[in-house]
Write a protein of this length. Structure first.
Lengths: 338, 472
């Protein structure tokens, strides 16, 4: 039995009418616990060039992409002169737009291995070994927790996956996010269970530089706080020493640094710098604020990154490794230590 | 690969393109279909493709050998059948039950102070869909043995039958006589059939992504509390009702999607659910719930065991044994054995009371309907439980809830009743159609449902939950 054109038209019109009515009526219904139906949308944003969606509410994809060398991120990491290691505070405090052009002006290539979900040094060390990364300088940016000998949840899962599974999960997550961000820019997602569609951050990751790039971020300002410094930093030493030895074998200089956060501790830096015999960079925290109690606000990041970069370039070890000619620039702050 | 994934959309689109481009070449179409089906299967663990190829090869080889052996040589035919069944059941037994059996043995023998083997079976990953395609391979071989179908001459066609991706990982369990003939001459795809398939896909996605997954969210959040006996009876009963609806929508949703996708490619798959929550007897329930499994159990296990023909004691034994096997088919765990036992005993009781027959008084019928549905809902406490103890606690809690005055249900749980409404509506529509109070759904009615369900899918979906029957 063939369909007649009029019948097809009738079905199409009925479908469209029912769809439109339902999309209009469903969000208006006083449903949810005590009528608490929430309508969620995803704000419009511009996708950075040469980047992939990294995370908003779920697991971060970066660890999977870096561990399994998906896409061309690791190829760029192999060409980097300076590698940055850290957690999510690193790229939010030392932002791509502040560091990468400054490095590029000197003909230097930088790459960030920093990952969210409180990723620590052991994962970066695994990446360096697995992909045989040979940078000239490695900067570890983070608090004492960076040197705990453990992997984050996403990293644990990433190293257990086969490359094939990692690749399929990556394309699934990417396609799902693309569809969701397109769909919920115009059609709200109805939430009855208090499950957000996005967090206050939407992060992409540059494949060329490895930097996490916030396309949506909170705009609040919280003051930088400081935690007590009476803890022993000796437990940080084994991981720090393992990294230092590995980098020495590879001919890279190790630099220690920090991006301040809500309950900053800095005592590990002089301790580890002294024990390992490596330099550290610690610009002043004056006037800085975080956007969410943990990550530096954009305006604070700009001034902090500028001070950090000038202090980094002032280090003789860095100048020597990077073969930077000419006199060292005057460091912005006085906490650069050898 | 899940139906609710972008990779799968790619596979279905590729299958439609292959279908469109190979209208004149059946073999090319089947080669494309098989390649896509195997890709679908190998997506998660490529190594397990070897299993399905093995299973197909065993069924094909046994079929060809049976075809070459005359019916007069009964012993030889039986030997061939036994060898084929041993290999296919062996694969299933190893991957699905080895860990369970070794754990059970270690627990039992260890408790009695006997020697226990040092075996490492805990790491065996259950190949997705193994229960489904093994049963299909077995039914094909048995049907050839019985002479109900001719042995397939083409390995390609048999492989397409067993691996056809819409039904591969969670059914319906298709038989040779229902499907093989469709592969010999794939039908021309007509707009009406394609639209029907699309409607089924939308309905399936709605049942899965909107109803089952949202209910699953509530059930998952509170299950352990219920299993620890820390929820009121009313809440435990509410959770069980939600789980009953989740399970139905999850599995019926999968079947709808499978049937819809098959329609779009020009094939027909059997229905698997027929409004099971309308069933007034246990016998009727199993005619409406997972119908292809029930039929399989009846034809390939119950009837060979003697069926109804060997006296009441033997019939009782057969019924309980079949339900225990059906329970174990769902999963290698004592909770499933207990679940099967509950239904085996319920079926026996129904027969003993003479309630399986249709002609009964209105009141008896209504009371028994409540008993049947309550038994099903309570038994799901065992089906969903992580261990026997948890299952008993949930059921005990829920029975307490039935026996006492209802206590208030927190708004965060009560919200689930909104998602029960589509299940009620679906069953009410089926009831009206069965009683001829309403005509079958028309094209326009379906278009209206599809439009509303599409809107609900796009706004009320939940992601991240695998189909429950993928575990089986």
């Amino acid at each position: 039995m063939r369909c007649k054109p009029l019948e097809i038209l009738g079905v199409a019109v009925t479908f469209a009418a029912a769809f439109l009515v339902a999309t209009d009526v469903l969000p208006r219904l006083p449903l949810g616990p005590k009528g608490s139906q929430r309508l969620l949308t995803i704000p419009n944003f511009k996708v950075p060039s040469s980047s992939f969606f990294a995370e908003t509410t779920g697991d971060e994809i970066s660890q999977m992409v870096l561990w399994h060398a998906l896409g061309d991120s690791i190829a760029h990491a192999r060409r980097a002169d300076i590698l940055f290691i850290g957690d999510s505070r690193m790229p939010m405090g030392l932002r791509k737009e502040d560091i990468v052009p400054a490095a590029g002006a000197l003909g230097l290539r930088v790459f960030s291995l920093a990952c969210g979900h409180v990723e620590r040094v052991p994962f970066a060390l695994k990446l360096i070994r697995k992909h045989d990364l040979r940078p000239k300088v490695v900067v570890v940016v983070g608090g004492p927790h960076m040197f705990r000998n453990m992997l984050s949840g996403p990293a644990e899962r990433a190293v257990k996956l086969t490359r094939w599974r990692a690749w399929t999960q990556w394309i699934e997550a990417d396609a799902r996010w693309r569809l969701q961000s397109w769909l919920h820019a115009w059609l709200p997602k109805i939430d009855w269970f208090g499950r957000p569609l996005t967090s206050s951050w939407i992060l992409y990751r540059s494949t060329r530089t490895g930097w996490l790039i916030p396309v949506v971020e909170p705009s609040a300002r919280y003051p930088i706080g400081f935690d007590r410094e009476d803890a022993s930093y000796a437990p940080s030493l084994p991981v720090a020493r393992e990294l230092a030895e590995e980098l020495e074998r590879r001919g890279a200089a190790l630099i220690l640094s920090l991006v301040p956060y809500g309950n900053t501790r800095t005592g590990h830096l002089p301790f580890l710098a002294r024990e390992l015999g490596v330099p550290m960079v610690l610009p002043s925290f004056d006037g800085l604020a975080t956007a969410d109690g943990s990550h530096l606000a954009r305006s604070s990041a700009e001034s902090y990154a500028k001070a950090f970069w000038s202090q980094l370039l002032a280090l003789p070890e860095v100048r020597e490794k990077l073969s930077l000619d000419g006199p060292a620039p005057k460091a912005d702050q006085d906490k650069t230590a050898g | 690969m899940s139906f609710v994934s972008f990779s799968f959309v790619g596979v279905q689109l590729a299958a439609l393109v292959v279908r469109a481009l190979t209208r004149r070449s059946r073999v090319t179409f089947l080669v494309g279909l098989l390649a896509l089906s195997w890709l679908f299967y190998a997506w998660n663990v490529p190594e397990y493709l070897l299993l399905i190829v093995f299973s197909t090869t065993v069924a094909f080889g046994a079929g060809r050998l049976l075809a070459a052996t005359p019916f007069s040589e009964r012993a030889a035919r039986r030997g061939l059948l036994a060898a084929s069944l041993t290999l296919n059941v062996g694969v299933l037994a190893y991957f699905k039950y080895a860990a369970f059996l070794s754990r059970s043995w270690i627990s039992l023998a260890g408790g009695l102070g006997f020697w226990t083997p040092d075996v490492a079976t805990a790491d065996i990953v259950l190949p997705i869909g193994v229960s489904f395609y093994t049963f299909e391979a077995i039914s094909y071989t048995v049907d050839v043995y019985r002479g109900r179908i001719q042995a397939e001459r083409s390995f390609l066609r048999l492989a397409c039958f067993i691996a056809f991706f819409p039904h591969l990982v969670a059914g319906p369990i298709v038989r040779g006589q229902e499907f093989l003939y469709q592969l010999e001459r794939p039908r021309r795809i007509r707009m009406r059939v394609f639209a029907e398939g699309t409607y089924l896909v939308i309905r399936g996605l709605f049942l899965k992504m909107v109803v089952a997954d949202n209910l699953g969210h509530i059930v998952d959040q509170h299950w352990r509390t219920a299993g620890a006996g820390k929820l009121s009876g009313t809440l435990a009963m509410t959770l069980l009702i939600f789980f009953a609806c989740q399970l139905f929508c999850d599995f019926a949703g999968y079947t709808d999607i499978a049937r819809g996708l098959a329609y779009q490619l020009g094939f027909r798959l059997p229905i698997n659910f027929d409004a099971p929550y309308l069933a007034a007897t246990f016998t009727e329930f199993w005619r409406r719930w997972h119908m292809t499994l029930s039929r399989w159990m009846r034809d390939y296990l119950y009837i060979p065991l003697g069926g109804n023909r060997r006296g009441p004691v033997r019939v009782g034994f057969n019924v309980v044994l079949v339900m225990l096997v059906a329970g174990l088919w769902h999963g290698a765990s004592w909770t499933f054995v207990a679940w099967g036992a509950i239904h085996g005993i319920a079926l026996l009781l129904e027969r003993a009371l003479g309630l399986a027959r249709d002609a009964r008084g209105m009141l008896t019928r209504a009371v028994w309907y409540v008993v049947v549905q309550m038994t099903w809902i309570l038994s799901l406490g065992m089906f969903r439980a992580e261990d026997i103890r948890q299952g008993f606690l949930v059921i005990q809690n829920a029975i307490t809830g039935l026996a006492t005055l209802p206590s208030p249900v927190p708004a965060a749980i009560a919200i689930g009743w909104w998602f029960v409404l589509p299940v009620v509506a679906l069953h009410a529509r089926s009831l009206f159609t069965e009683r001829r109070w309403l005509a079958a759904t028309s094209g326009l009615e379906r278009a209206a449902y599809a439009g509303a369900m599409s809107a609900a899918i796009l706004t009320l979906y939940t992601t991240g939950r695998e189909f429950i029957y993928f575990r089986f």
